[in-house]
Ligand binder design. Structure first.
Ligand SMILES: Nc1nc2c(ncn2[C@@H]2O[C@H](COP(=O)(O)OP(=O)(O)OP(=O)(O)O)[C@@H](O)[C@H]2O)c(=O)[nH]1
Ligand SMILES: [Mg+2]
Length: 467
């Protein structure tokens, strides 16, 4: 007779080991990708038997020690046959408990051959702290699922069902919850790995802690860290957008008054604005740990894709519900304003020039130079308000899309139009930035200017209200 299997509780500092299990092709590897924020973890494919070996990865608390070890496992395929075989391993008169029965399977020849795949999974569950049982809620609850749960329950570990594909129109999540309850599993988690809830990870960890009471403290700290990371990420993302807006609003290109020079300057302005927006997009993708390839390249205007529409195309403004004057909506020079440098002129060009010459006025260097240009007939071109508004709305839409996207998602990121309206304070803040051409860092090294930094913070605060 074999020795009883002991179920030990690991020391408090050891990472909590979670085995991710379930029928084949239900999204187990996808769950790991999303929890780890790693779109490259393991192999994912829409076919059974993609994962063949147990592969683990860890989640840390901040820079500290690992809190969780997540174990990806191959899919369960034939639980009914395994259950039958388990029965055959019991002699008349014996009453081995679940873990002992599983251990017998692992020690048996069939455990190394016919049921090799199931044995790998069950060995992983036997030595874990809890199992996350991933189900595809588009499937009806079938006998095979109940058999899988019988096998998992036999391992003597807590099992937390994870309801995947909950966003699918074919979701039968409610009947899964009811079926799980009938099997004694009263706690489940809705977690669509491609589009999880905003605080999906925290919900999952909170439910887990009700099953792992002895590790509740570690799970609480992990959850606090996850929340903090989420909030920091959002703040950093909004700061990226605020930086973009200051750069874009403050951007000015000076040109001679003739038509040709203006056209060239307008083109240059647009190019710099587009590149600056692209830099912001890349920064946001990096911050949320998505690959650049998951975001479609900018496509030409009028190819039918709303987001891909060029920043300066009038249709792009309309698509985001931005009201524009007739000229801007239809005109060739949409998005750029020929600016007469009002800031300087309102004080009187002559006075300023005099002051510049005498070096009496603080802004003489900056304004004097610009006014000299103006007097020589030059003009400045800036980005129009509606385009600045569009920039803000597009980036907010992108943040919303990234926050709602799981790292298991394989389809391209497609930000919609945000339902948020822009904060009332934004236009004034952008006008203020526009009057500070020295604040524009587009295309140059970052600028260190305390007033600019304060201004970026004010815009960040304003944008936070819009999300
Ligand atoms: N739409 C959608 N697709 C998903 C979701 N989760 C997984 N998928 C897709 O389902 C398929 C299977 O996902 P995997 O993560 O490979 O599933 P698995 O359980 O690890 O599969 P095996 O390793 O073969 O057992 C892939 O095509 C995924 O992209 C989801 O929540 N929503
Ligand atoms: Mg897999």
């Amino acid at each position: 007779m074999s020795t009883p299997v002991s179920i030990t509780t690991p020391p408090d500092h050891a990472p909590i080991v979670l085995a991710v299990v379930g029928h084949t092709n239900t999204g187990k590897t996808s769950l790991l990708r999303t929890l780890l924020r790693d779109p490259d973890f393991g192999e994912v494919a829409d076919q059974p038997g993609t994962t063949r070996h147990v592969e683990s990865a860890q989640l840390l608390i901040g820079d500290g020690p690992p809190a969780l070890t997540l174990r990806d496992t191959p899919g369960l395929e034939d639980s009914m046959a395994v259950l039958d075989y388990l029965d055959r391993l019991v002699q008349p008169g014996e009453r081995p408990d679940g873990p002992e029965r599983i251990r017998r399977l692992l020690d048996s020849p069939e455990g190394a051959h016919r049921f090799e795949q199931e044995a790998r999974v069950l060995a992983g569950v036997l030595s874990c702290d809890a199992a996350l049982y991933v189900v595809d809620v588009r499937d009806p609850v079938l006998a095979k699922h109940k058999d899988e749960l019988s096998l998992l329950n036999a391992c003597g570990r807590p099992v937390l069902p994870i309801l995947n594909f909950t966003r699918s129109p074919d979701s039968q999540a409610q009947s899964w919850r009811e079926a799980m309850a009938r099997l004694g599993l009263h706690i489940t988690v809705d977690f669509d790995t491609v589009a999880p809830p905003l605080d999906g990870e925290e919900q999952l960890i909170a439910r887990l802690s009700t099953l792992l009471d002895s590790r509740a403290d570690t799970l609480r700290r992990l959850n606090e860290d996850l929340t903090e990371q989420r909030e920091c990420r959002r703040r950093d993302a909004l700061t990226c957008v605020a930086e973009l807006l200051v750069d874009a609003a403050a951007l000015r290109i000076r040109c001679d008054p003739d038509e040709q020079a203006r056209t060239a300057a307008t083109q240059a302005l647009r190019e710099r604005a587009r590149n600056r927006e692209q830099r912001c997009v890349h920064a946001l993708l990096k911050l949320y740990q998505f690959k650049r390839s998951s975001y479609p390249d900018r496509v030409l205007p009028l190819e039918g894709e709303r987001w891909g529409m060029d920043l300066f195309h009038p249709m792009a403004l309309k698509a985001f519900g931005i009201q524009v004057g007739k000229g801007l909506a239809t005109g060739a020079a949409a998005g750029a304003t020929i600016d007469a440098m009002t800031g300087g002129l309102s004080l009187g060009a002559a006075t300023l020039l005099g002051a510049a010459a005498g070096g009496l006025w603080q802004g003489a260097g900056q304004w004097g130079d610009r006014l000299m240009g103006l007097l020589a007939g030059q003009r400045e071109i800036t980005i129009d308000d509606p385009v600045l508004k569009l920039l803000a709305l597009r980036q907010l839409a992108l943040i919303r899309a990234l926050e709602r996207r799981g790292h298991a998602a394989l389809t391209p990121i497609a930000p919609g139009t945000p339902d948020a309206t822009l904060p009332e304070a934004l236009p004034d803040l952008l006008h203020e930035a526009r009057s500070q051409p020295q604040w524009s860092a587009s295309g140059t090294a970052p600028i260190t200017d305390e007033r600019r930094e304060q201004h970026v913070r004010r815009i960040t605060d304003a944008l936070a209200q819009a999300l």
